[in-house]
Design a protein around this ligand. Sequence first.
Ligand SMILES: [Mn+2]
Length: 397
Amino acid sequence: MKFIHTADLHLASPFQGLTSMPDQLWKQIYNSTFAAFRQIVDAAIAQQVDFVLITGDIYDGERKSIAAVDFFRQQVSRLNDHHIPVFLSYGNHDFQKNAGDDPNLPANVHVFGNQVSTSQLKLADGTIVAVTGFSYGQRWIDDDLTSQFPVKGTVDWQIGMLHGALYQAGTGNHYAPFTLDELKSKNYDYWALGHIHKHQLLASEPPIVYSGNPQGRHKNEGGVHGYYLVHDEGNKLVPEFKALNGITWEQVAVDLSECGSENEVDQAIRTAIIPSKQLQLVEIVATTGSKWRSLVEDGSLLDHFQDELSRQPAINWWPYQINLTGGQKLPELTNLDQDYWQQAEQDVFTDENLAAVIKPLLKHAPLYDQFTEHRDLGEYQKLAGQLLGKRGDHDED
Ligand SMILES: [Mn+2]
């Protein structure tokens, strides 16, 4: 037996924050979530898998784009043509009241309802597979639903599909919280998780697996993305991560402080970009010294590259941001102040403080989701440093 586990397709993701780029490039980026799922369907057909699991967040938003719905229907129809069943659940992004089998989708697609339920599948060789899951009916599920998942029955394999996050004391736990012990107590053979966008195994016996999203959507979703191809070996299910060649988010550090001319600055940055066949969206982190600092701060260095690359017929990298390295944030402070700053950073940038700061956003669920899903203390720390650094500049003026 073999199957594919994916989740978090986020079809039609808006890729906010990427502005002023050539139309062709923007189209390629916008199409990347679609392209990633098409590649997964290609793989399912080529591998002749027994079924495909999609654990939530198929669509980026509650209001599904027509293009995304059409595209998804086309792709699962290709699977239908090859007699490959699909099990899907909706997640916190594409939650749906009264979820269930959908007459607009081909007959091979089983959509889990809002209550936990189990669906059985008999493979050609007689193997019986049970798949248990549920769809979000609203944006948040604060309850731990794992108690509603039945213990493995008299089937050959049982798989749980769960779009959710590990229970963490002191945080909101709005995404169907669960603990590993609870999942393990069900005696399932595999847990196909969704919601966290970085692929990872939370446990290996049985595999409790986040597939991650097949295409990273912003700089905090860098690294390799793909899906899991799972096969049986003896009495175990073994997940194998398969990378997709989508658009990548890279951070490139470059030292410009020794550059003698603007031409050398240009060359130093080009040399630092590692060539790749895949389109790279690049954040350049520049050490400038005082000489080239203003080129970064006033945006002219970024404009230079974007203008230049816009005129190329085909490009495989695009700088979307150029930032200064951390060391230059607080040039006016003494060493004593640096120590103090570092200590303060440790005290201030904690999960607890972040939770307190964003608590008022609970009233604005989409904003709250943005912060909790993409929380990055290091990023906030860096931005705070840059703001304080700017304050220092003004004081000197
Ligand atoms: Mn998601």
